[in-house]
Design a protein around this ligand. Structure first.
Ligand SMILES: Cc1cc2nc3c(=O)[nH]c(=O)nc-3n(C[C@H](O)[C@H](O)[C@H](O)COP(=O)(O)OP(=O)(O)OC[C@H]3O[C@@H](n4cnc5c(N)ncnc54)[C@H](O)[C@@H]3O)c2cc1C
Length: 368
């Protein structure tokens, strides 16, 4: 029922704008409005803070169905979870009330600011600093590649509070867009997910009350990594949705397109490609849903499962979208058809929330 409801909403209110959002590299406002109107913009927020309290699997289904028609738009529910999960996992009751309520209402979005220009895969090598000054912390530094930066009101920012301790000297904070000293870089010019703004976040002597720290001092990196254990599954869901969207489009096309006097779907070479695409998608779906269940019950193998689902599903999304372009021939290579956009969008799922090389490092360290 949930899938049917989201699919009809996505097809009616999000899909019609997906090509224009990509072409114009503009924020999918229509998608945000439709998701907020239907309480689907941040479904993971617990009921006690005014949210719908969807479990990890339901959240995955929402993201998957939105990504099936528009990957950029699927970053609304996905990044709202990524940005706010540190507060849900480790924040004080006061922080949860203060920040989850506007998120649940749709009055504010949340971003996650871990990466920096010189600290990507090695996120613990970050340089952004937070220095205690009485009842406040003063933050200074540059965060890079921040999804939905500028659009989001709230940011979970990881910063160094004790440079001697490396990852154990990193703390997490909630920073607001309106805090003095916060500004944003120009939107990155990207290959795909062009509707999702990716910008630098500049923190120039940003003075925030000490109670905006998420958890205890020095626990920010652990919270950031624990968050990714849960949210990599949402990237797997995004990849799965993109792949399903490409397969669904190609499936229809091969029945219509005629060559050698018959629909190309009649050729066994085409049928084998479709069979392989569908098989890989089903395997990715099984792994993603299993990881979502592990996220929900706090399974001891969650770290492995989240990394495996993200890595596998994103590789499947890349393979399937490349094949979908192939199935449409020359037409697939043009922007008159959606599969080339899906192919460009799929690529990011192999890179963010840890590249697929990093996922393999994570899996190797956490073999079940
Ligand atoms: C569109 C977009 C949106 C993003 N959104 C966010 C966001 O909202 N918040 C946020 O904090 N970050 C975000 N990121 C950052 C993203 O998570 C990083 O780009 C990613 O972690 C890789 O870091 P890097 O780009 O610095 O690459 P690097 O770390 O420089 O990696 C370069 C290459 O080296 C490989 N490599 C690095 N170390 C190893 C190793 N030990 N073994 C083998 N290979 C290795 C990598 O896999 C990669 O192929 C986003 C990035 C993009 C492009």
């Amino acid at each position: 029922m949930l899938r049917d409801a989201i699919r009809s909403l996505a097809e009616a209110k999000i899909a019609p704008y997906a090509a224009a959002v990509d072409e114009e590299s503009r924020f999918p406002q229509e998608a945000l409005d439709a998701l907020v109107a239907n309480d689907l913009h941040a479904v993971h927020v617990p009921e006690e803070y005014g949210g719908t309290g969807a479990d990890a699997l339901a959240t995955v289904i929402v993201i998957e169905e939105v990504a099936r028609v528009c990957a950029s738009s699927s970053l609304i529910p996905a990044v709202n979870k990524l940005g706010s999960l540190p507060v849900i996992l480790s924040g004080s009751e006061d922080l949860k009330k203060r920040y989850m309520t506007p998120l649940a209402k749709g009055d504010a979005m949340f971003s996650y600011a871990l990466s920096e220009p010189d600290a990507g895969s090695d996120a613990a090598g970050m340089k952004t600093k937070a220095v205690r000054d009485g009842d406040h912390y003063v933050l200074d530094g540059v965060k890079r590649w921040i999804t939905n930066a500028g659009v989001s009101e709230y940011y979970t920012v990881m910063a160094v509070t004790d440079p001697e301790k490396r990852s154990k000297g990193i703390s997490a904070f909630v920073v607001e867009k309106s805090d003095e000293g916060v500004s944003f870089g120009a939107p990155e010019k990207k290959l795909g997910i062009k509707g999702s703004p990716t910008r630098e976040v500049y923190l120039d002597n940003v003075r925030i009350p000490a109670d905006r720290m998420i958890g205890a001092e020095g626990t920010g990196f652990a919270t950031a990594m624990k968050t990714l254990d849960h949210t990599r599954i949402t990237i797997a869901a995004q990849a799965l949705g993109i792949a399903q969207g490409a397969l669904d489009y190609a499936k229809g096309y091969v029945k219509e397109r005629k060559q050698f006097g018959k629909p190309i779907a009649d050729f066994q070479g085409i049928q084998f490609m479709l069979a392989d695409m569908a098989m890989k998608i089903e395997a990715a779906r099984a792994l993603t849903y299993q990881a979502a269940a592990a996220s929900e019950r706090g399974d001891k193998n969650l770290t492995f499962q989240g990394a495996a689902a993200k890595c596998f599903a994103s590789d499947v999304a890349m393979e399937v979208t490349v094949d979908a372009v192939q199935l449409l021939g020359g037409y697939g290579y043009t922007r008159d058809y959606p599969v080339e956009r899906m192919m460009r969008d799929a690529k990011i799922t192999q890179i963010y929330e840890g590249t697929n090389q990093v996922q393999r490092i994570v899996m190797a360290r956490n073999l079940p």
